[in-house]
Design a protein around this ligand. Sequence first.
Ligand SMILES: Nc1ncnc2c1ncn2[C@@H]1O[C@H](COP(=O)(O)OP(=O)(O)OP(=O)(O)O)[C@@H](O)[C@H]1O
Ligand SMILES: [Mg+2]
Length: 324
Amino acid sequence: MTASKHLIALLRSHIDGDNEQFLSVAMQVAAHEARQGHGNLAQQLRDLVDEARSRKARRSNRPVPLAQPKGDLAALVSASYADTRLSSMVLPEELEQRLKRIITEQRQHHLLTAHGLKPRRKILLIGPPGAGKTMTASALAGELTLPLFTVVFEALITRFMGETASKLRLVFDAMAETRGVYFFDEFDAIGARRAERNDVGEIRRVLNSFLQFLENDESDSLIVAATNHPELLDPALFRRFDDVIHYDLPDVTIAERILKARLALFETKGLPWKTISKETTGLSQAEIARAADEAAKRAILSDRTTVTRDDLLASLAERKSTTQ
Ligand SMILES: Nc1ncnc2c1ncn2[C@@H]1O[C@H](COP(=O)(O)OP(=O)(O)OP(=O)(O)O)[C@@H](O)[C@H]1O
Ligand SMILES: [Mg+2]
């Protein structure tokens, strides 16, 4: 090819927005120059192409720009980026596998959709306070490098009483517009408030419209709802979700792993873990993580580089007394 043919090919790919083609023509030019004996020029061209490719790769790893919700939507959802990873959660094997499956299906959503299949994307998390539901929503967003939009249901209902359904539509419209993890926290608010007689009608409407929006939603976003009170939810709701995931308080093995992970900066090998982990029964993951932090503080403030059995036992006992 002559120089002007190359130029035409470059312009054509630029007009078409075909970045890959553009770079491949540039590589052809480099090869052409090399054949002409212009080694330096050829190398410069190749370096530029490499630079363009590596920048592009870096850019595509970055999360999509965070669209800050505006207007009424801003009062309904809070947007953030999560850097939580699944690996920072200590989970029973089965639960971990289920979360990994969601992540894999989401990462491959183009592939699945191309085959007429739908990735899991409507997820209900059920479990006691402090068992890691909110952390899971963050970890899903973090792993998928998607923005996390948290919708607090309770706020939605109290703030927009009488027009909740239309506000809910705003949230679902946003889902179609900006791909993200949409986390409906305190989801039980819907169920709990049904008991209050004066807003029964409104709660019914909210629930019905939520069901309808959930069912009709075909966006690429991930919908994660969390509740402490599944018994308050309408059974009709459960069927609308692709996955219903249960969280429990930790057993001693999980508890021990949370403590150790949390104290990773300290020497913990010689500690009597059997005795210590026995003292975690009844405590949630959140309380155990907190006890570990408290034990770490005790050690640091006493100018020690090790956490002792007594640090841990005292912190755990303190957690227990504040929760009972
Ligand atoms: N599986 C876990 N592994 C490690 N740490 C955990 C885990 N689950 C919870 N934690 C710790 O507990 C904290 C609180 O958990 P989280 O807020 O996710 O609980 P939750 O289930 O959303 O509770 P709530 O129902 O009160 O909203 C987390 O920030 C984390 O420090
Ligand atoms: Mg939570």
